[in-house]
Design a protein around this ligand. Structure first.
Ligand SMILES: O=C[C@H](O)[C@H](O)[C@H](O)COP(=O)(O)O
Length: 223
């Protein structure tokens, strides 16, 4: 089974998880990336049943609209029943690194506003310790050099993601060589740097369920 098939399998499993919420008329939060795209495509047959979605990026919003699925403004929906999104890494406590597609800030907002967060990923994303994947940090453009120096003081090696502007008009620094032994503390510490919008650690609000695609089938992991 290749990675695409594993992603499709977890997306299908996520559809089963959210079906009752859809039929109950709940709002569904939608993530960003290649795994979330598979989920969006499998949602298409439910376009008439879905009351509405909130998207974590312009790209996902466009893909949803292309399928005829309504996309709502989070300011008009109140809290969301369930959020489905991919990840770049997950540990066994379902703390995540996200933001490989630069959508981390909106993803974190939608996750925070959601009662339940279902993460969907292929088995390559499960790790014992977070940090092999460079940690994305969204930064206000004028603070780029200052924030980079502060990240070096914390022991990281920040690299400017050339040519990338987030949906919020900001830039991304990817932090390499970062030992993330205590994800909650690291998330808070980086977010405390002036000029940082947020970082890609989802430890303060981890996933509630990880659907992991493996050649032996989809595994369900809870923290
Ligand atoms: O900013 C992007 C998101 O955090 C994605 O959810 C993450 O990068 C995983 O993407 P993919 O499913 O393409 O591996």
């Amino acid at each position: 089974m290749d990675q695409d098939q594993l992603k499709k399998a977890v997306a299908a499993a996520a559809i089963e998880e959210v079906k009752s919420a859809i039929l109950d008329g709940e709002i569904i939060g939608i993530g960003t990336g290649s795994t979330a795209n598979q989920f969006i495509d499998l949602l298409a047959p439910y376009r008439n049943e879905i009351k509405g979605t909130v998207a974590s990026s312009e790209a996902s919003a466009q893909r949803l609209r292309n399928h005829g699925i309504e996309v709502l403004d989070l300011n008009s929906t109140g809290d969301i029943a369930v959020y489905v999104d991919g990840a770049d890494e997950s540990n066994h406590r379902l703390e995540l690194i996200k933001g490989g597609g630069a959508a981390l800030t909106r993803e974190k907002i939608v996750a925070a506003a959601s009662a339940r967060f279902i993460c969907i990923a292929d088995e390559s994303k499960l790790v014992d310790q977070l940090g092999a994947f460079p940690l994305p940090v969204e930064v206000i453009p004028m603070a780029r050099s200052y924030v980079a120096r502060e990240l070096v003081k914390l022991g990281g090696n920040p690299v400017y993601r050339e040519g990338v502007v987030t949906d919020n008009g900001n830039i991304i620094l990817d932090v390499y060589d970062f030992m993330i032994a205590t994800p909650c503390k690291t998330e808070e510490r980086i977010n405390a740097i002036t000029g940082v919008v947020t970082n890609g650690l989802f430890a303060l609000r981890p996933a509630d369920l990880l659907l992991l695609g493996t050649p032996d089938g989809v595994k369900r992991l809870t923290a």
